[in-house]
Design a protein. Structure first.
Length: 197
């Protein structure tokens, strides 16, 4: 159960920022015993891989705070964030095999699929609300919202590793914060469709 909650938290974090949970898992796996990725995920702890992820994270942090550029970045991230979610979910579920369910151990594709779907759903919600934030704040809100997303991704990644039982609370809080924004996007699109028709 705890391995699944860890995977849930990390893949949710990957939907907000692909590189933060990868870097958290990689650094903790390299320098501590908090996470021990299995052999097939040893690449996550490689120094060169960590350096590349850190550079990509820096680029993401900068690009995601610039209006319009953030939208282009979200399009590119549509493939990257779900892949990251699948990787961190599977790496941590496999690392905690003693804690993982027998079904998850026997069907590793299930953790890949779960991580991909969770990260994709979070990413789609994030990507659909950002144009509304940019339009309603004349772009001023982009850096604020992006910084909150990065902080949320880091916080959720750390909670997922060190206090996985709290992931349930964190995911509910994220959904409660995100749902009103998604509803505003839907209302705005409905109004625009009404004007066009």
């Amino acid at each position: 159960m705890l391995a699944t909650l860890t995977g849930l938290g990390l893949s949710t974090a990957a939907g907000l920022n692909a590189y933060i949970p990868l870097l958290v898992v990689g650094l903790l796996g390299r320098f501590t015993d908090a996470v021990r990725p299995p052999d097939e995920f040893a690449w996550m702890t490689n120094g060169w891989v960590l350096a590349i992820i850190a550079v990509l994270l820096l680029a993401e942090v900068v690009l995601d705070k610039v209006p319009v550029v953030d939208h282009v970045n979200d399009i590119v991230q549509t493939a990257i964030r779900p892949a990251s979610g699948g990787a961190v979910f599977t790496a941590t579920a496999a690392a905690a095999e003693a804690d993982a369910s027998a079904w998850m151990r026997d069907n590793p594709w299930a953790s890949w699929l779960a991580g991909i779907v969770i990260a994709l759903l979070v990413h789609l919600a994030k990507a659909s609300t950002r144009p509304v934030v940019n339009a309603t704040t004349a772009g001023v809100g982009a850096p604020v919202v992006s910084t909150a997303e990065d902080a949320g991704s880091l916080g959720l990644s750390l909670v997922a590793v060190f206090a996985p039982i709290l992931v349930i609370v964190a995911v509910i809080a994220l959904a409660a914060l995100g749902w009103p924004a998604v509803r505003r996007v839907r209302r705005r699109r409905a109004r625009q469709a009404g004007r066009a028709g």
